[in-house]
Design a protein around this ligand. Structure first.
Ligand code: S3P
Length: 439
């Protein structure tokens, strides 16, 4: 990772059509299910960010053959299960990677030690370890289940588990463990979260039952289901598309189109919210790709108005609040974001870092334990600062987008971390006309 900063300077309109990088959630899952399955899995459009490359490396450590065949094109030969790695598995910055792999690994009689970078070592793993332990897995590690930790799997019992927080990672870990648990598993989900694991398990031949009882999802997976390799076309990541699209909304005169964006309704809360704020955001050419709806999303510069974001929308846009807060900084009036306590346990405490970063840029922000309010004045924020990102890719990209329409340039530290989720971010934004330079 480079130590130098990166600076975005306000300038002329952004114009053009770009492709969103592959979806991070689906890329992790394609690697993990491809390794768990028997036979060949081919993947196109894989996100080749650091997080997913760590998962690819981990899958090799568990015994799968994983090869890159061309840009975004990968081939896996799965063995129908995991074998014991001969070394520590380092998942880098990736919470999704480590939590899903722990779930998958728990189903096998093996012992494995996981670690990650400083950010990942500070994040809670207890939320995954608790249900896995109830199924019979054991672990040994630091206080409250922080990495590094050693997990011992095998001989799992079935479990009915009600998610204590809205987390697709926890849901997915239990489902993946459930593939090898006696009696299978049922996950009860009071708030629907992204359903990529359920969809992809089906694509690999498993039967997943989903029942909606009064708005509560019951997801059942019976034991002993064999997965068979398949082809996965990874759609564009709406969480990454959010950055050029919000840039298009706030830089005067802009028109930006991002093609091939996944439109799964459990991921598009940001688009609905921006439209409620008055954004000229249109979706065209909607089509199906590998079972997911995708479309081309166009953002034109718009006068935005603050809104109250419904808290129940949070799971469908949990990674997008930092960039929404940037849009809110340009809006007229308050944007109220509540019910987002989960933001505090992401790659950084994203509520605290957005509040600090926006305030440094001259924006009035009120922080709450589980939310924050951005007081927009309808004028461009002052900018003119270096923002600390705590190595969080989305905090860095959000402030760089802000700098494109602020009164003065905004710099961020640790821009190298952007490559965890959006490796071509700088080039893509420059291609639209954004002024991004080393700082
Ligand atoms: C993800 C789920 C979300 C999200 C993360 C990706 C996934 O995390 O923030 O970037 O792929 O399942 P939580 O499940 O912890 O909310």
């Amino acid at each position: 990772m480079t130590a130098a900063g990166l600076k975005s300077t306000p300038g002329g309109p952004l114009r053009g059509t770009v492709r969103a990088p592959g979806d991070k959630s689906i890329s992790h899952r394609a690697m993990i299910l491809g390794a768990l399955a028997s036979g060949t899995t081919t993947v196109e459009g894989l996100l080749e960010g650091d997080d997913v490359l760590r998962t690819a490396q981990a899958m090799r450590a568990f015994g799968a053959r994983v090869e890159q065949e061309g840009p975004g094109r990968w081939r896996l030969e799965g063995q129908g299960g995991f074998s014991e790695p001969s070394d520590v598995v380092d998942c880098g910055n990736a919470g999704t990677g480590v939590r899903l792999i722990m779930g998958a690994a728990a189903g096998f009689p093996l012992c494995v030690t996981f670690t990650g970078d400083a950010s990942l070592r500070g994040r809670p793993m207890g939320r995954v370890l608790e249900p896995l332990a109830r199924m019979g897995a054991t672990w040994l590690g630091r206080d409250r289940g922080r990495l590094p930790l050693t997990l011992k799997g095998g001989s799992l019992r079935g479990l009915t588990y009600r998610l204590p927080m809205a987390s697709a990672q926890v849901k997915s870990a239990v489902l993946l463990a459930g593939l090898h648990a006696e009696g299978g598993v049922e996950v009860i989900e009071p708030e629907a979260t992204r359903d990529h694991t359920e969809r992809m398990l089906r694509a690999f031949g498993a039967e997943v039952q989903v029942e909606d009882k009064d708005g509560v999802r019951h997801i059942r997976l019976s034991e002993g289901q064999a997965l068979t390799g398949t082809h996965v076309a990874v759609p564009g990541d709406p969480s990454s598309a959010a950055f050029p699209l919000v840039a298009g909304l706030i830089v005067p005169g802009s028109e930006v189109t991002v093609e091939g964006v996944m439109l799964n309704e459990l991921r598009t809360g940001l688009f609905s919210t921006l439209q409620e704020m008055g954004a000229d955001l249109t979706i065209a050419n909607v089509r199906l790709s590998s079972g997911e709806e995708v479309g081309d999303v166009t953002a034109r510069h718009s006068a935005l108005t603050g809104v109250v974001v419904p808290p129940e929308r949070a799971p469908s846009m949990i990674d997008e609040y930092p960039i929404l807060a940037v849009a809110a900084a340009f809006a007229t009036g308050d944007t109220v974001m509540r019910g987002v306590g989960e933001m505090r346990v992401k790659e950084s405490d994203r509520i605290a870092l957005m509040a600090r970063g926006l305030e440094a840029c001259g924006v009035d922000v009120e922080e709450e334990p589980e939310g924050f309010i951005v007081h927009g004045t309808g004028t461009a924020p002052r900018g003119g600062v270096m923002v600390e990102t705590s190595g969080d890719h989305r905090i860095a990209m959000s402030h760089l987008v802000l700098g494109l329409a602020a009164q003065a340039a905004v710099s961020v530290d640790e821009p190298g971390m952007i490559a965890t989720s959006f490796p071509g971010f700088v080039e893509l934004m420059r291609g639209l006309g954004a002024a991004l330079q080393d700082a």
